[in-house]
Design a protein around this ligand. Structure first.
Ligand code: UDP
Length: 239
């Protein structure tokens, strides 16, 4: 596959066109950003870890009936992905209260939620990704109708139903995570972007140690060691 033009550079990835009009290449970067890119750093090898983790998780989801944009892994940091129109909604799924939820609603950090919460955020950095409801999504024309929002919610819950027990088996609590979806050339809504410690929170079941980007957000350190540990657990080496 021939890598052509750089189409887009985001905080964590670069997207290139290829000689196949329906296939793009996503290149995972070593950059770390938080708080809407107010805090920035670099971590050698982070891109390769997120690329591998995303590949493993997308393959697991595909095996369980979730369509994703993954075509194949091309190198340590590159994936061939299906071209999609990204839906500008960040779908956040939460099992345990932490982060912005605790700040917004004064819910105790670490409280297990009585049921899985799905939230929508408007994917717009200039606005700081504000939380939005169904009607905002329709007014902003982010989807065609409420049925599409129901698909996003259902897919978010299904991803959680697959990943939560998968990680629990490996000694990790899946606290919360963010998903992005896109429409493929046939109009199907499929899972896009990435699933990695940049976009999820993982806590060690026994020690409650954070093994995700909160180590960077909160200056805990050893970010790469934590991401390596998540990959090690995914690959089946239990604690
Ligand atoms: N998240 C993300 N990108 C964002 C915002 C959030 O990947 O732009 C992830 C974040 O890593 C966490 C979940 O979504 O796993 C919920 O994040 P939260 O709303 O608590 O925001 P934060 O505390 O990161 O501001």
């Amino acid at each position: 596959m021939e890598k052509k033009e750089l189409l887009y550079e985001g905080k964590g990835k670069k997207i290139y066109s290829t000689n196949d009009e329906y296939v793009y290449i996503a290149e995972f970067k070593d950059d770390l950003t938080a708080f809407n890119a107010l805090k920035k750093s670099q971590e050698d090898g982070k891109g390769a870890l997120n690329c591998k983790i995303t590949t493993e998780l997308f393959k697991l989801l595909e095996l369980n009936g979730i369509q994703t944009h993954l075509v194949e892994k091309l190198s340590d940091t590159e994936l061939a992905i299906k071209k999609v129109d990204i839906i500008k909604i960040e779908v956040v799924v939460r099992n345990i209260a932490t982060g912005s939820l605790t700040k917004r609603l004064a819910i105790d950090d670490g409280k297990e939620l009585p049921f899985t919460l799905v939230e929508f955020y408007y994917k717009d950095d200039s606005l700081g990704d504000p939380i939005i409801n169904d009607e905002h999504c329709l007014i902003l024309n982010l989807v065609n109708d409420v049925k599409e929002l129901d698909v996003l919610r259902a897919m978010g819950r299904k991803v959680n139903d697959i990943l939560k027990p998968f990680f629990y088996e490996k000694g990790l609590t899946l606290v919360d995570f963010k998903l992005e979806f896109g429409k493929d050339k046939d109009g199907n809504i499929i899972l896009a972007d990435e699933i990695s410690p940049d976009s999820c929170r993982f806590w060690d079941v026994k020690t409650k140690e954070k093994l995700d980007k909160d180590r960077f957000r909160q200056d805990i350190g050893n970010v790469k060691v934590a991401y390596e540990e998540v990959l090690r657990r995914i690959l089946g080496e239990n604690r």
